[in-house]
Design a protein around this ligand. Structure first.
Ligand code: GLN
Length: 193
């Protein structure tokens, strides 16, 4: 079988660790900074970072429309943290902020703990057996509204933190900041199915 060619959106944010996790899994990794690169990949990761900046750069570099179209046509995508915000149908805490409006949930930004911005948790994730999966939350978005069309793969503190809808996967947390590559491997199995 040919190696899977996975794009990582490298406009801004924490993309390096995603690249490391994908390389560990044997994927061929491509940095995505232009719309044309979307034509040659089998799947795409939208990393964490600053969602306002990433959306602005997607527009400035004319990637927004092609990216949205490619995902609608079935390109498998995985958004973590800011990436989850970008894939969402809207932002309840910042209603004027634009998103890609692709998945049927809404989020509130920076919604886990006002005092402690970042924390680690252990999650049980549907489809991943064995020990709990370590997860790092950094000023993470909380899902505040969700449609029945979205499958909840993991919950924390009573809110969904990892969800799937068709070819789209999103997580509030950063799986790439731990040595555990099971979440990335789950995404790669979505890409190859
Ligand atoms: N707080 C950031 C935002 O709202 C997301 C944080 C992250 O991606 N780690 O865009």
């Amino acid at each position: 079988m040919n190696k899977l060619k996975i794009g990582v959106l490298t406009l801004q944010g924490g993309f390096d660790k995603h690249i490391e996790s994908l390389v560990k899994l044997g994927a061929d990794v491509v940095k995505v900074r232009e719309a044309v690169t979307l034509e040659s990949i089998d799947g795409l990761i939208i990393p964490g970072g600053e969602s306002t900046t990433i959306i602005r750069l997607l527009k400035n570099f004319n990637i927004y429309d092609s990216l949205r179209q490619k995902i609608i046509e079935g390109l498998p995508v995985f958004g973590t943290c800011a990436g989850m915000i970008l894939l969402s149908g809207g932002i309840t805490s910042h209603e004027d902020q634009e998103t890609l409006k692709l998945m049927n949930y809404k989020v509130s930004r920076n919604d886990y703990g006002r005092q402690i911005d970042s924390f680690d948790a252990e999650l049980s994730i549907k489809g991943l057996d064995g020990s709990p999966v370590p997860a790092v939350f950094i000023r993470a978005p909380r899902i505040t509204e969700i449609s029945e069309t979205v499958e909840i793969l993991s919950e924390f503190e009573g809110s969904p933190v990892m969800v799937r809808e068709k070819n789209m996967l999103a997580a509030s947390f950063h799986p790439e900041l731990t040595d555990d590559i099971r979440v990335h491997s789950l995404f790669l199995s979505m890409v190859s199915s």
